[in-house]
Every structure is written in C-alpha cells, then in structure tokens.
Design a protein around this ligand. Structure first.
Ligand SMILES: NC(=O)c1ccc[n+]([C@@H]2O[C@H](COP(=O)([O-])OP(=O)(O)OC[C@H]3O[C@@H](n4cnc5c(N)ncnc54)[C@H](OP(=O)(O)O)[C@@H]3O)[C@@H](O)[C@H]2O)c1
Length: 138
C-alpha cells in the first residue's frame, strides 16, 4: 500500500476531470470578478489552471513564465475559453526577485489587484531524500 492509501482511507482516485471540479458546469461563475496570478503558466498544470479559471468566469488571468512564445499560446487558450476574461503576461524567471516584483506590480496596475496567486512554477528533480538533494536546485 502506498503512503497516500494508508493516510487517507477510502480515498477515491480520479484520472479525469469530474463534475465537482468542472469549471464549465458546477464551478461555472465561481471565479467571477476575480484576478488570478499564475507562475509557470506557459505549459502543463499552470496553463491548464489559467484556462480553468477563465472557464470559471475570472475577470482577469495574469500569467508568467520564461518562454514568451508559449505564454502567447496560453493567452490564446484563455481567450478561447472565455473571451470576457482579460489576460496579460510578463516573461519572468521566479528565481529573479526583481522580475517577480515587476510582474506582480504590472498585474496590480493592469487589473487593480490580485485575488488568487498560484505559485506553480517549478520542476521535478529526480526523487531523492531531502538530505541527499542538491539545495541549489531548490
Ligand atoms: N505533473 C506532476 O505530476 C506534478 C506532481 C507534483 C508536483 N508538480 C509540480 O507542479 C508544478 C507544475 O508541474 P507541471 O507538470 O505542469 O510542470 P511543467 O509542465 O514542467 O511546467 C512547469 C512550468 O514552470 C515554468 N518554470 C519552470 N522554471 C521556471 C522559472 N525558473 N521561472 C519561471 N517559470 C518557470 C515553465 O515555463 P518556462 O520553461 O517557460 O519558464 C512551465 O510553465 C511544478 O512546480 C511541479 O514541480 C507536478
């Protein structure tokens, strides 16, 4: 048994979106009026989260990552999901404090604040014990 199974008995595993978390049906409108700030939104979970917040009716989704071309792709997907949701981006490396500050300020200036932050940027290193991991990779 994996540790998740021993800690959370009767847990049900899902491998696809289910109705309770569907932003197009049950959660439609749940992000209405909200300004969402997402790091690492050029692909993967961050991109999917940006689209999901648009589907849930967010006022604005502000996206950041290092790849500008990929951010443009995410912005196109956000607009396709909900033309009412405003979307802007900055190219930002989250290991650079000045770039992070500039992105946050730009989001606040453009949209009037931030209601939700999703600090999603990152990567998965090889699985290791913390004590054996390379601290510079953090
Ligand atoms: N997928 C999983 O099963 C899983 C499981 C547990 C945890 N996670 C965590 O969930 C997060 C997203 O996972 P994912 O699978 O969607 O990863 P992914 O597809 O590799 O996407 C990572 C995102 O982070 C951005 N990023 C990476 N380094 C960055 C940096 N220094 N500054 C700014 N942006 C950076 C990448 O964009 P650019 O390269 O354009 O900058 C990309 O948009 C990660 O933190 C990951 O560790 C994922």
């Amino acid at each position: 048994m994996s540790s998740i199974e021993t800690q959370f008995l009767n847990i049900k595993a899902h491998h696809a979106q289910y109705s309770a978390i569907n932003p197009k049906t049950l959660l439609k409108g749940s992000a209405s009026g909200k300004i969402i700030f997402i790091t690492g939104a050029s692909q993967g979970i961050g991109q999917a989260t940006a689209v999901a917040f648009a589907q849930a009716g967010a006022k604005a989704v502000y996206i950041t990552a290092r790849s500008e071309k990929a951010l443009e792709e995410t912005r196109a997907r956000v607009k396709e999901a909900n033309p009412e949701t405003q979307c802007a981006y900055t190219v930002c490396d989250v290991t650079n404090e000045e770039q992070v500050k500039a992105s946050i300020e730009d989001c606040a200036t453009k949209f009037g604040g931030i209601d939700v932050t999703d600090s999603n940027a990152g990567y998965l290193d090889q699985w290791k014990k913390i004590g054996e991991s390379d601290t510079t990779s953090w």
